[in-house]
Design a protein around this ligand. Structure first.
Ligand SMILES: *Cc1c(COP(=O)(O)O)cnc(C)c1O
Length: 343
């Protein structure tokens, strides 16, 4: 077996501390975990195992393929995209609950004699979910609903839509047989007790994302990419480096070439702006990030050689700003070539 030249350091203590912080902010509501998109790129099984040990009981994925990878491990999983005909075999095996989103999905589930389910109600985002009016007209009557949920469109901003959505959702309390109500994602948890209902569904903040500035103190960084040095060289004054010669040395510069690039999710936006570290030494990215390679100045740590490892700055708010992307995109873009090492 070969050892990958790049790895993600994944911090179990930070992940579980983030969940505990979000659980505390959720007040009397239970706190679940969105682990869709392979646990936002970290590894859904590994994330679920760690959060379950911390006390998390409710997990959310997008598709039945994702649910199948968690099947048999004892997690309580809900599938946010509901059930298509193609999903019914998996759904009827009981590996997870569907979150039913449309009248057709509800009919499909009823006709098959499906049991406990969740239902998504649209309170204004106009993405997934049945309409509030359909619920009031009795669309859900007789369904064995575990969790009735809705989703906030603007929780990461102070927008009047948040209160409108919460009020529309609250009006449905007692209108269905649902055991629980659930509205808040990570950002929604920061909006306070009016948004917590019975169960919260954070994703981003579990993994070190900060959806609102007021959550910054509660969230720890979980993911740190590390890469191995493939080659060392010295630039002479006037030498340039990398595609399109975006960096030219003004003085002789010690350089290391790293085994990481934009195909790994180390985006082109880190060109001339990213930074690697070894101990206290800051090693700035110089030139353009390539598909598989990135150059750094090792002026601050010239003893580094081929085969040595460096860590890359990857606090999500700053990394997203540098990449010109959302924190969600930066996380879920972390590639398949990383070895994922949990500590
Ligand atoms: C992805 C998702 C979440 C988690 O959202 P974050 O912003 O990552 O906390 C919660 N609920 C639903 C329906 C989602 O699709």
């Amino acid at each position: 077996m070969t050892v990958a030249p790049l790895r993600l350091r994944l911090d179990t203590a930070a992940l579980t501390a983030n969940w505990r912080a979000l659980d505390a902010l959720s007040g009397s509501a239970a706190c679940g975990a969105a682990i869709k998109a392979n646990g936002y790129g970290l590894g859904a099984v590994e994330v679920a195992e760690r959060l379950a040990r911390a006390g998390c009981r409710d997990f959310f994925v997008a598709t039945w393929g994702e649910a199948e990878r968690l099947a048999g491990l004892g997690f309580d999983v809900a599938v946010l995209h509901g059930v298509r005909d193609e999903d019914m075999a998996a759904a009827m095996r009981g590996i997870a609950r569907p979150v039913l989103n449309t009248a057709a999905q509800i009919t499909r589930w009823r006709d098959a004699g499906g049991g406990r389910c969740d239902v998504m109600v649209d309170t204004g985002m106009n993405r997934l979910g049945v309409a509030v009016a359909e619920v009031c007209d009795g669309l859900l009557d007789g369904l064995a609903i575990d969790t009735l949920m809705s989703h906030l469109a603007c929780a990461d901003e102070d927008d009047a839509m948040n209160a409108r959505q919460a009020a529309a959702f609250r009006a449905l309390a007692g209108r269905t047989a649902a055991r629980r109500l659930s509205l808040a994602n990570s950002a929604g948890i920061a909006l306070g007790a009016d948004y917590a209902f019975d169960l919260t569904r954070p994703g981003l903040a579990l993994y070190g994302g900060v959806p609102r500035d007021d959550m910054a103190g509660a969230v720890r960084q979980v993911v740190t990419p590390e890469a191995q040095i493939l080659q060392r060289r010295t630039l002479r004054a006037g030498d340039s480096i990398g595609y399109n010669a975006l960096f030219t040395a003004s003085v002789p510069t010690e350089v290391a070439i790293l085994n990481i690039g934009y195909a790994d999710g180390y985006w082109r936006g880190f060109s001339n702006t990213g930074c690697a570290r070894v101990g206290a030494a800051a090693l700035p990215v110089i030139g353009r990030v390539s598909m598989d390679l990135t150059a750094i100045s090792v002026a601050a740590a010239p003893e580094l050689g081929e085969g040595d490892w460096v860590a890359l700055d990857y606090a999500l708010p700053a990394a997203a700003a540098a990449a010109g992307m959302s924190q969600y995109e930066v996380l879920t873009g972390l590639g398949a070539r990383f070895e994922r090492d949990w500590t």
